[in-house]
Design a protein around this ligand. Structure first.
Ligand code: SAM
Length: 246
């Protein structure tokens, strides 16, 4: 009987077997889009998600199995589907598009979600945790969710001061879009990303936030145990990284 790679006595490679190119392929695979498009119309609760729903459907119709595109939605869905995480941490929830996408991929994990619910964010209503809790129920989430309201520059360090033992399998940073704020959020969560865990950072090609690409690229240089991937060809861009063993 052949032993699995994890039972081999001598380990030649490091233990994390998922690499960024593989996750990118899963995110862009036609089967992944098929699964996302089964529920994506139920995420449409503002103009922006309505636009994206129409965009995805048009691209699938026009380009079929050749379509190669990434944003926070397919990267997050693929990451959660692939890892089957114990837990998920999100900074920047707004109306629940990403947290509900994660919940669709794994309906019973533990979620902790940080937002300060800035009113009229991007010109749209930002109703707060009760609204998102209701959205999660609509998307059949059955796990535990904790919302932590307030400025992430305060709430995230406070949270980890109170839970220093916690690590998260998947972390999305999509809150404060200022250069300092995004950098601070990333630095505040990276120590708590599990080995083999996935970090997702949105908007690295957003024309309104041109510095976010530099924030991401510099970050990968500062944390060599993160193995990164970027998509900036079209749309607002997204970066993700897998935490390897140190
Ligand atoms: C880009 S939206 C999040 C979008 C969501 N991830 C999605 O894809 O639908 C950013 C959110 O971060 C929140 N935010 C901005 N700055 C913040 C800060 N310093 N602390 C906590 N939340 C913040 C805003 O209230 C807003 O809801």
């Amino acid at each position: 009987m052949l032993q699995s790679v994890f039972e081999q006595e001598k380990k030649y490679y490091k233990p994390v077997i998922l690499n960024p190119n593989t996750l990118a392929e899963i995110a862009m695979a036609p089967e992944t889009w098929q699964e996302i498009l089964l529920f994506h119309h139920e995420l449409v609760n503002d103009d922006y998600t309505g636009y994206l729903d129409a965009y995805y459907r048009e691209c699938v119709r026009r380009f079929g199995r050749h379509w190669r595109y990434m944003d926070i939605v397919n990267v997050l869905y693929a990451a959660v589907k692939t890892l089957k995480p114990r837990n998920y941490l999100e900074i920047g929830v707004r109306r629940g598009r990403t947290v509900c996408t994660a919940a669709r991929a794994c309906p019973d994990m533990e979620i902790v979600a940080f937002d300060m619910w800035i009113q009229d964010y991007a010109g749209m209503e930002n109703p707060g945790p009760d609204f998102v809790r209701h959205e999660l129920t609509k998307h059949r989430f059955q796990g535990e969710v904790t919302f932590i309201d307030g400025d992430s520059s305060v709430t995230v360090p406070e949270f980890f001061k109170n839970h220093p033992e916690k690590t998260y399998d998947i972390i999305t940073v999509d809150g404060d879009h200022s250069e300092e704020g995004a950098l601070r959020d990333l630095d505040n969560v990276i120590p708590y990303l599990s080995e083999g865990g996935i970090l997702i950072f949105d908007d690295i090609a957003h024309p309104g936030h041109p510095y976010l690409n530099r924030v991401w690229v510099d970050l990968l240089l500062r944390y060599p145990f993160l193995s990164g991937f970027e998509f900036r060809e079209i749309g607002y861009g997204v970066g993700f990284a897998i935490r390897n063993s140190i």
